[in-house]
Design a protein around this ligand. Sequence first.
Ligand code: FAD
Length: 492
Amino acid sequence: MIFSACFRFKDLANKATSPTILVARSLSQFRVKRPPTICSSYAHPNGIPLGFPCRRIATFCDKTVTAVTSLDTSPSTAEILAWSRESHREGNVRTRKPATSGVLWRIGVQAQATIHIRNGGRLVDRRILLIGAGHSHIEVIRRWSEEKIPGVSLTVVDPSATPVYSGMVPGYIAGQYQQRDLEIDLSGLCSRSGANFIRDAVVATDSAKSSVRCADGDEIDYDVASIDIGSAVADTDLPGVIEHALPSRPIGAFLRHIDALANAGTATADRPLLVVGAGAGGVEVALCLDARLRASNRDLSPSRVQIVTANRSLLEGGTPSAQRAIERQARARGIIVHRGRKVQTVYADRVAFEDGEAIPCAGVAWVTGPAAIPVTAGFDLPKDDRGFIQVDKTFRVRGVPNLFAVGDCASLQGMKKAGVYAVRAGTVIDANLRAFVEGTQLRAYTPQSDFLSLLNLGNGEAVGTKWGVSWRGKSMMRLKDRIDRAFMDKYR
Ligand SMILES: Cc1cc2nc3c(=O)[nH]c(=O)nc-3n(C[C@H](O)[C@H](O)[C@H](O)COP(=O)(O)OP(=O)(O)OC[C@H]3O[C@@H](n4cnc5c(N)ncnc54)[C@H](O)[C@@H]3O)c2cc1C
C-alpha cells in the first residue's frame, strides 16, 4: 500500500510537463519520504484533465503525516487545511488542523483540481460542481456534511459569501428581522460540510468540455455539475429602471439598498414610494414598506406607498381568497393601486406610463416577477423562449447528461418560480448528483400541486393560504416566523 502510494507520486512527478495544482489527502497510512517535485498536468486514464497551469508555486510537506501540495497562490492566498499534527507555514500556503475532525482537507479560492490518494494507492477523482448556492443547492451542501461519497469532491461557486433567504426579506423591510437573520454563511456552511467554496460568478459553460468559465477568467472542470443561480427581475431593460429603480434581484443588493429607499424620508402621500409589480413578492414588499413607514399600527394617515400593476387585480392568477384578503388589506391601509398601467420610463422623480400619464414618486421598488439571468446567454445550453434552462424531470439539462439545473433558472413544466419549489427540489437534486457519480438510477421530481403560502403583511399579521382557503392573523405570522427560522437554523 505504501509503495503503491509512493509510486503514484513518483509517477505523477515523472509525467510533469507543466505546473498544476495537486492536493493529496493526507492520511496517516501513507508515508511519503520526500515532497514530490512540482507536479504537472496529468491525465486520468479516462481522459479527464486534472490539472491546470499556474503562475506561482509553493510546496509543503508535513513529514509525519504527509500532505503534499503544489498550488497556485495568486491572485489570492489559497488555503489548505490538511490533517497535520502541527501547524505549518511556508510562503503563502497556510495549513492548520481542521475545525471538524471529520474534515480532512479543504482548499479555498484557487482550488481547481483535487487528486485523492486512497488506501489502495488508486487514484480516484470525481468532481461535483455546484454553480450557485440557491435554495436547492444549500441542501446538497448540508447533506454533504452528513454523508460524503469517498473519492468525490464537492465544489461550490457563488459570487456571494452570504446568500439571502428571500422568504424573510419582507420581514426585514418591516423591521422584524436583522440582516444577519436572513443571510446564510456560505463559506462557513461549506467549511463544515467539507466542500470547497470559490467566490466567483460563472459566466459561460462549455458542456462538451465539462467546464465552466468564471468572471475572473478561471476555468473549472467537473465530472458532474448542477446550476442553481436563481432568476433576475423582468423588464429591467425599460428606460430608467436600472438608473432610478431598485430591482428586487439580485436579492442581496435589494436588501442592501432597501433601507436607503425606505429611510429617504421624502415619501409623502402625494409623492409616494412606488412598488411596481403586484405578485406575491410585490404585495409583500408594498405592505411591509407601508408598515415600516407608519409610526405605529394605529397610524391611520394616508399611505406613503402605492402599487403599480399591469393587471386588473393584486395577486393576479392567485387563489381568489388570498386575492380578496390582500385587496382588503391594501384598501384598509389606503394603499392606492394603479391597475392596468404599463410603465414606459422611470425617472428620478416620476414614473411615466405607456398611456402618456406620469405619477410623481420619491423612489421605486421594481418587483415585476422572474426573468432569466442575463448571464445564461453565455451558457451553451438548451433554453425555453424566456431564456430558462430546459431540464427533464430529473433536473438533467436536455441533451447534456452530466449537467443539471434546478430552482428558478430551470424550465420544467409545473415547477413554479418560488422558493418553496426550489427548497423541495433540494433533496431530489442531491439524490440525483449522488446517483450520477455512483451510476445508479436518477429520481424524477414531481412538483407539489399545492403548498402553504404565507404572505407577511408587515404589521405582525400574515395571510396563510392552503387548499383554496385563506386565513389572516397574528397566528399565521407566528407560523411563518417559525417555519422561516427553522429553515435558516438548518444551515447554521
Ligand atoms: C422580495 C421577494 C420575496 C420572496 N418571497 C418568497 C416567499 O416568501 N416564498 C417563496 O416561495 N418564494 C419567494 N420569493 C421567490 C424566491 O426568492 C425564489 O423563487 C427563490 O429564491 C429561487 O431560489 P433559487 O434556488 O432558484 O435561487 P436563489 O435562491 O435566488 O439563489 C441563486 C444563487 O445563485 C447565485 N448566483 C447568481 N448568479 C450566479 C452565477 N453567474 N454564478 C454562480 N452563482 C450565481 C446567487 O448569488 C445566489 O446565491 C421571493 C422573491 C422576492 C424577490
